[in-house]
Design a protein around this ligand. Structure first.
Ligand code: 0X9
Ligand code: ZN
Length: 302
């Protein structure tokens, strides 16, 4: 059984997911969406109680930034609740499918465990030897590298030599595009700071439906507050955090046409990226209440 008082290595996460899929074959299936740069399988799990792929769906990922360990942990907790605790959460899976990719940057995630706790990027080779890695969240091909990103490989926000230079970004792109008719909401987990961000990150202009994005986020934040968490700061990425183009959130809305697209910058603000393992449990359980709100919204509106 899994517990949420420790951070897991990539292999441990995948072993757990395989066990779950074997135990709940009618609810959960595993799919590799391709391999990472270093050859790790990138595993998306599908949670579906039926409906043969016609139900509205939610796509969740975590861990595009290696050091943000609470992001994969939260994605894993959502899986755990929806699958192992389905008796209590069946309302979230009876009309909505969930696609969850807990670790989008597995090579970087492992590197942050073995070599450099503060690693952010992928680990691919760049034109400057000694400066590997691309910021995955600057690598998506929508207004790529226009603002808040760097051309210089040694910087943390290096956008890559071209859009989608990174296999991990391409694998997520291809998966999302293949399911874009079904996916109504995209949620990407990051840390830290307690924000719920919606597009755009490339411009201070707001999407036409920003009011819907704002209100749904406010509901999700209220659920987080009621669960004992802090309210989230809500707004467009550019307007409440900073301008940065090439993010997965902007791509999912701007190109894949997924109406509702959010970046969750999970808590906290004190420990930052190095959230102690003792705080995982309260962080993920509180956020699950927000996830419920997103799930109910998709169920009721699509
Ligand atoms: O800079 C980022 O990629 C995200 N913040 S983090 O501290 N986790 O690195 C924010 C991304 C918000 N979305 C866009 N700018 N598109
Ligand atoms: Zn991040």
């Amino acid at each position: 059984a899994i517990s949420f008082d420790q951070y897991y290595r990539y292999d441990e996460i995948n072993s757990y997911l395989e066990e779950l899929a074997a135990k709940y074959p009618n609810l959960m299936t595993l799919e590799s969406i391709g391999k990472s740069y270093e050859g790790r399988d990138m595993v998306v799990i599908k949670i579906s109680s039926g409906g043969s792929g016609t139900r509205p769906a939610i796509l969740i990922d975590g861990g595009i930034h290696a050091r943000e360990w609470i992001a994969p942990a939260t994605a894993l907790y959502v899986i755990y609740q929806l699958v192992e605790n389905n008796a209590a959460n069946s309302a979230l899976t009876d009309a909505v499918d969930w696609y969850i990719l807990p670790v989008l940057n597995p090579d970087g995630y492992e590197y942050s465990h073995t070599a450099d706790r503060m690693w952010r990027k992928t680990v691919s080779v760049t034109p400057i030897s000694g400066c590997p890695g691309v910021d995955g969240n600057r690598n998506f091909g929508f207004h790529w590298n226009e603002v808040g990103a760097s051309d210089y490989p040694c910087y943390e926000d290096y956008a890559g030599e071209v859009a989608f230079s990174e296999i991990e970004a391409r694998n997520l792109r291809d998966f999302a595009l293949a399911h874009k008719e079904q996916i109504k909401l995209y949620l990407t987990f990051h840390s830290y700071g307690g924000y719920l961000l919606y597009p755009w990150g490339y411009t201070s202009e707001l999407p036409p439906d920003w009011h819907t994005l704002q209100e749904l986020a406010a509901d999700a934040s209220l659920a987080h507050l009621n669960a004992g968490g802090d309210p989230f700061t809500i707004g467009s990425s550019t307007n409440v955090l900073y301008a940065a183009a090439g993010g997965s959130d902007d791509y999912m809305k701007g190109v894949a046409g997924i109406e509702l697209s959010y970046t969750a910058e999970l808590t906290d603000t004190y420990y930052g990226f190095q959230l102690p393992a003792e705080l995982i449990n309260e962080t993920v359980t509180r956020f699950f209440e927000s996830a419920r709100v997103f799930g109910s919204y998709v169920k009721e509106n699509f």
